[in-house]
Structure formats: structure tokens, C-alpha cells
Design a binder for this molecule. Structure first.
Ligand SMILES: Cc1cc2nc3c(=O)[nH]c(=O)nc-3n(C[C@H](O)[C@H](O)[C@H](O)COP(=O)(O)OP(=O)(O)OC[C@H]3O[C@@H](n4cnc5c(N)ncnc54)[C@H](O)[C@@H]3O)c2cc1C
Length: 419
């Protein structure tokens, strides 16, 4: 009976194990994780940092669950090399090396935080990715440290809020003039900035030429961050710098094994890599030039791969039975309690778009839809997100809302009287 080996025990692997269920065709599934603790929900680390949940609440399964599915989880176990010819892995665990054979291999190694080269010279900088990061961030916050978070995307904002809630004084620096600029427009960013400032976070959008200033007495310590804003140079003293400027797929293992890679590990529409019996999914992979940073597309990838793995012996390139993976639009939600923001599709003006908008910015309310030929291309809900599931459905189904006119701003129900 064949063995399935999975490298990495993050969000993609957990979803794959749940989807494969108890009736999978493998004698056993071995999951190799370089983290020391059992699988937890990485998305919820923001809420853990904000002290709004506990580690128990974000740990979905106990030992029995894994046993019932013939899953053998190995922690603190780093895969150092893949040998696709011999179908073996070289592993380091507890300072010992050993090899492990596989019949089918899934690489789900995720991604790493981008840390600029100049920051490696310093000890008081870090990313926000793992459970161990929450522990370190909390220790700084509880000493009322001054933390500079660099990067005002989803992750940087959630880190800034969590740190503030634990007592840190936080400055959030973002290069773009618009916070979460992939998901928000200027108005939504202004509302969000105001909400963050009300929580005590100092927000600096449009911060340019960000530089780390070393401590004169302790050269491995950052004393301050300098940046330019409005043609002036600012100097912000800090005890810790947290980077949230992007992620990079963990493709090194695959690349060293000769598996074709671009920015990530290249997969086809069935999540197969260029090597026999080796699949990849999640943030480590690349499909049609796209890499990933949110779970929604990964859940779709899991559906495709789980179907594929149900027939381990006939899963060749010519006998694929699973539905292929296709790119779709996704709904992004900011996870900060009291600040509701949902964003979907394309959030930018293009010639030929019709834009519908409803605004009460002083009350934190804003809704905007970008339409083309009556079909939603993108939408934003700030404050009141109750319409977001309906808008998302119209976007995915590409329904023609021409007849509905401006009432699309209110959803399926039309107001009783016209304007
Ligand atoms: C704080 C935080 C909040 C987030 N919030 C959201 C959100 O609200 N919505 C959203 O859609 N996405 C969110 N994300 C992104 C989301 O968590 C990722 O998209 C998702 O975790 C990717 O899943 P993955 O399995 O590909 O990678 P991961 O979950 O990172 O899992 C990869 C695992 O592989 C391990 N690994 C790597 N190399 C090796 C090796 N050689 N040997 C053994 N193990 C290895 C890694 O240590 C890791 O445990 C958030 C991320 C963070 C950090």
C-alpha cells in the first residue's frame, strides 16, 4: 500500500488532510513539519496576538483525529533535500539525519517573510508568520516597547493592532499613499487610517526611503527608523522593527531537486510539478505566473489535489480525473474587531467602468462598486459589510445588473421609490 508524504503542516496541508478524510487510499500519510508544535490556524495568529483567542481555540485537531486518518505527524522535522529519482527525502530531526521513502509527495512549504538584506545585521527585527513570532512580539508589547511595523497591508495592520492591544506603542509605515493598496482605494484607506489612529497607532502612509539607524553603543541593535514624508526626513526611535512588506515562496527544496521553479514551484492545473509523483500547493507554488498569499485560492487547489490523490496509481498526466484548478476572484477581509472591511475583485478605476458609490465617511461607512457592461469587476464594503456576500456572488457569477441600476448598491432588494 502506498505512502503519501507531505512536507509542511500549515494551512494547505491541514485542509488537504480534512478533505482526504478517513477513506483515503494510502496506507499512511506522513506529515513532516519544521515547526515544533501541532498544526494551528495561521490566520488566527493575528487574533492570538490581539489576545482575542487562545492557542487551544486555533488548534483544530487532537491526536485521535490524526490516528483515525492514519496520519503520522512529525514535528521539528526539517526536510533538507528531495531525491526524485530514488523517491526519498533527506530529513533532519533532533540533530539527526535520516532518509524517508515516498510513493507520492506533496510539497506544501508555504512562504517566508521578506526581510531586506540590510536588516539581517540587526537582532531587533522580525517578521510575523509563526506561533513563535507571537510569543516574541507579545514579550516586546508587554514591556510597552515602541514597535515600528513596516508595511501597511493586511498583515502589517493586523500586527499593529495586536501589538497595540498588548501595550506596545506602534508606528505603522507604509510606502504607498493608500493603506492595503491592493484591496482599498483612497477613501477606504482614509477611513481605516482614522480607525487605526483612534486605537493609538501612528500611521504614516507614503513613507519613502525607509532606513534603519543602528544604536551607537550596540551595533546589532536598531535604534530608530528614518524615512521621508512630505519632503521632510523623520526619525522614529524604536525597540523593534516588524516587517510585513511581502512574502517569498519557499521553493528552495524543489529547486535544488531539479523540480521546475519560477517565483514558486511551477504546477499545472492538477497541482502536479514537473517531476513524477510530486505535487505542490499553497504559497510555495506558482500557477500560470501567479503566486499566492491568501487561503481562498489554496482551498480550491486542495479540492483539485484531493480528487487527484484519491487514485494514486492512475494519476498520470494523461489520466487526470479531477476538475482542473482555475484562477478566480477572491473576497479579502481585514480581521480587526470593530473595523469591518471587505474587498473583492479589481479595486481600481479603468476607462469604461461605471462606478456606484455610497459614502458616510465620518461614520466609517463606505460602499463602492466598479461595473463594466453591467457586471461587477470589483467592490468595497467598509463599516457595513452585510452586502458583501451578495456582491461577491454577483462578481463570481458575472451577473448582468444593468436593469438594477444604482440599486445594486443596496443588493437584491430595490428601494420602494425612485430618486
Ligand atoms: C498572521 C497571519 C494572518 C493571516 N491572515 C490571513 C487572512 O485573514 N486571510 C487569508 O486568506 N490569509 C491570511 N494569511 C495568509 C495565510 O496564512 C497563508 O496564505 C497560508 O498559511 C498559506 O498556507 P500554506 O500551507 O501554503 O503555508 P503555511 O501555512 O505557511 O505552511 C507551510 C509550513 O511548511 C513548513 N515548512 C517549510 N519548509 C519546510 C521544510 N523544509 N521541512 C518541513 N517543514 C517546512 C513551514 O514551517 C510551515 O509550517 C495570514 C498569514 C499570517 C502569517
Amino acid at each position: 500500500m502506498p505512502t503519501l508524504v507531505i512536507i509542511g503542516h500549515g494551512m494547505a496541508t491541514n485542509r488537504l488532510l480534512e478533505t482526504l478524510g478517513k477513506d483515503h487510499p494510502f496506507s499512511s500519510i506522513i506529515v513532516l513539519s519544521d515547526e515544533l508544535n501541532a498544526h494551528y490556524n495561521r490566520l488566527m495568529l493575528s487574533l492570538l496576538l490581539a489576545q482575542e483567542t487562545t492557542i487551544d481555540n486555533i488548534t483544530p485537531h487532537d491526536e485521535t483525529w490524526y490516528q483515525q486518518r492514519r496520519i503520522d505527524c512529525r514535528f521539528g522535522c526539517r526536510v533538507q533535500a528531495i531525491d526524485p529519482q530514488q523517491r526519498t527525502l533527506h530529513i533532519r530531526q533532533n540533530n539527526q539525519q535520516h532518509t524517508l521513502s515516498y510513493h507520492t509527495l506533496v510539497i506544501a512549504t508555504g512562504a517566508s517573510t521578506v526581510i531586506p538584506a540590510e536588516a539581517y545585521a540587526f537582532d531587533n527585527q522580525m517578521g510575523f508568520r509563526q506561533l513563535s513570532d507571537v510569543e516574541r512580539l507579545s514579550a516586546f508589547a508587554q514591556q510597552q516597547a515602541h514597535v515600528t511595523v513596516i508595511g501597511g497591508g493586511l498583515l502589517g495592520i493586523e500586527a499593529a493592532v495586536g501589538l497595540t492591544q498588548q501595550g506596545a506603542k506602534v508606528t505603522l509605515l507604509h510606502r504607498n499613499p493608500v493603506l492595503m493598496n491592493r484591496q482599498l482605494d483612497h477613501t477606504a484607506s482614509e477611513i481605516l487610517t482614522h480607525a487605526l489612529q483612534q486605537r493609538g497607532i501612528e500611521v504614516q502612509c507614503g513613507a519613502q526611503h525607509i532606513q534603519l539607524i543602528p544604536d551607537n553603543k550596540q551595533p546589532k541593535r536598531i535604534a530608530a527608523v528614518a524615512f521621508q514624508h512630505d519632503d521632510r526626513t523623520h526619525r522614529q526611535p524604536c525597540d523593534l522593527v516588524v516587517y510585513a512588506i511581502g512574502i517569498r515562496p519557499n521553493k528552495q527544496l524543489a529547486e535544488a531537486a531539479g523540480i521546475p521553479c519560477g517565483s514558486g514551484i511551477i504546477v499545472d492545473q492538477w497541482m502536479a510539478t514537473g517531476c513524477d509523483a510530486i505535487y505542490a500547493l499553497g504559497e510555495c507554488c506558482e500557477f500560470e505566473g501567479n503566486t499566492y498569499g491568501l487561503v481562498a485560492p489554496i482551498w480550491q487547489q486542495v479540492e483539485v489535489l484531493a480528487q487527484q490523490l484519491q487514485q494514486p496509481d492512475n494519476a498520470t498526466h494523461t489520466t487526470r480525473q479531477a476538475q482542473p484548478y482555475v484562477e478566480q476572484d477572491h473576497l479579502t477581509k481585514l480581521k480587526v474587531s470593530g473595523i469591518n472591511i471587505h474587498s473583492m475583485g479589481r479595486i481600481s478605476d479603468e476607462e469604461g467602468d461605471e462606478q456606484l458609490e455610497l459614502q458616510a465617511a465620518p461614520y466609517g461607512l463606505y460602499r463602492k462598486i466598479w461595473l463594466r457592461n453591467g457586471r461587477i469587476q470589483g467592490a468595497l464594503c467598509v463599516g457595513d459589510v452585510s452586502l458583501s456576500p451578495w456582491l461577491f456572488e454577483q462578481l463570481i457569477e458575472q451577473r448582468d445588473l444593468t436593469e438594477q441600476g444604482y440599486t445594486a448598491l443596496f443588493g437584491a432588494t430595490q428601494p420602494e421609490s425612485g430618486v
